[in-house]
Design a protein around this ligand. Sequence first.
Ligand SMILES: [Zn+2]
Length: 628
Amino acid sequence: MSRILAACIVALVAFAPACQKKATIAPPTVVEDYSYARLDEVAVTHMDLDLIVDFGLQTISGIAAFDLDNKSDANVVHFDTWALHIQDVTIDGKEARWQLGDSVALLGRPLSVAITPESRRVTVRYATTNDARGVQWLMPPQTLGKHHPYVYTQSQSYHARSWVPCQDTPANRFTYSARVHVPAELLAVMSASNPQERSVEGVYQFEMKQPIPSYLLALAVGDIAYRRIGPRTGVYSEPGLVKAAAAEFSDMENMMDAAEAMMGPYLWERFDVLVLPPSFPFGGMENPRLTFATPVLVAGDRSLVSVIVHELAHSWSGNLVTNATWNDFWLNEGFTTYLERRLDEVLYGREYMEMQTLLGLRDVDLDFEEYGVDHKDSALLLDLGDRDFEEVSTTAAYEKGCLFLRMLEESFGRETFDPFLRGYFDAHAFQTMTTERFVAYMKEHLFANDEAKYAELLVDDWIYKPGMPANTPKPKSTRFKQVDAQIAAFARGTPARFLQTEGWTTNEWQRFLDNLPQPLTHERLADLESAFRFEKMNAVVQRSWFPNVIASKYEPAYPALEDFLLSIGRRYLIRPVYMKLAETPEGLEFARRVYAQARPGYHAITQQGIDPVLKWSEVAAQTPDERQ
Ligand SMILES: [Zn+2]
């Protein structure tokens, strides 16, 4: 399904600055899936970048050259741009006619370049601006080492256009090369072949030979060191963290073996992980060859490595077979969550997998509480319309998508379902996929066109309707049963030190803290904190601890709560805590005060998730005096 925003395009004909030749170039009249590109007419097949990263100006500038496949003898090619300064455009070395349309909300400005059927290569000279929403510049104090600045990009979903002009849609794939110039004391890495040592001149060469969609373009520059884990794996991070990160992720070769046994050969050659500074808004981002990850995962006990398993699984679902539009997002995330859980089972056991699944289901329940069971975003196939994808809850794409595949697995048996999955990846490698085409493929290759069985398994309810269908699998965890017994004991008055918590991992602590009765008295919270020291545990445990603190207004823990919100930028970890605070007027006041300080350090994507929770636009509209 594609989105058509023709109505928004009426005003696009405004002509750009005087340096352009007088042009009569047809502007784009159709927007599909947040992009001006017309792939049916012209598609980019390869891109060469030559970029300078300037920390003084906070710009990325240089040239992007595109090889074109002009499928329909088209006389114009449209690129997406967001807050880019376009300096000039040439075609096959000669000055080109081009124009930049007006900016449209979410989409940015179309760059339209006049071409002929013979045009082969379009070269754009450009620079980023302060409004590049896919680029985060960090000052030295925001890094671990505190001595060097840092910059990283986050292109998903439609932010690549804010640092590279491109056909910014998952529906197209292209190969790329890049030369990147950075200050000599820093290292640059990309979603491509990467250096393992610093270059003396600060010039780095990259190549991505496998075609990728634009949302997988990625760049990071900073005081970055490399450490090998295995023949195909290693970690990059600031030097102060690289040893701990390598120890935390030492399982990566095993993960790859398990993944290949299930999904077939890994086709991206290397699988390295870049551990970013704390402002990174996600747990991980599956940039091919180089997953970007939050430093929160380096917990010291390998308890959070399933995020790395998740990003690895994306090497098949997402990076190899890609959702054709953002409405089909579940084809990326539901499949990946399912594969992650299957790999969890191989690597860490069935019990671990079941605990992860139950914790995922809790996130679905929280979503239902926030948005209602009937909200259309809990259908697998999304209907984004003209909404900002960043503001749409995608929990169902992950967790309901995972359970849908598990339901199929349990109905057909692994002996049938696993070869089906493997065949699906083999048949569609380096292609894009729509929900409609997946359903047709599944009907033929899994259901053998058995319409009765298809109806019996409620497949259409899963995909097209909100809520959880009647045949939702029921995960079972004996360890969580034991945790539930301890919750009951605590609720009956058993002191914390007498609870049986030996051997509990992050999963059990999450279950325990998420299900305690609220509000607890201050004495009971003090008893828990002195027995278990949650504030010393990892950030995922703290995400579950602080809502209890907030429900009881337990002030001794507020300094730690404030620290947590100021030091972590991962949206998944801090959003539920802000939501809990926003439930009461005093909590909201506290949250807004902390947020005012924390917000400039958060990534734009995290800000977008939290602004509505705290009704930040009301605060931003106040004068500084009113805010006092
Ligand atoms: Zn994912």
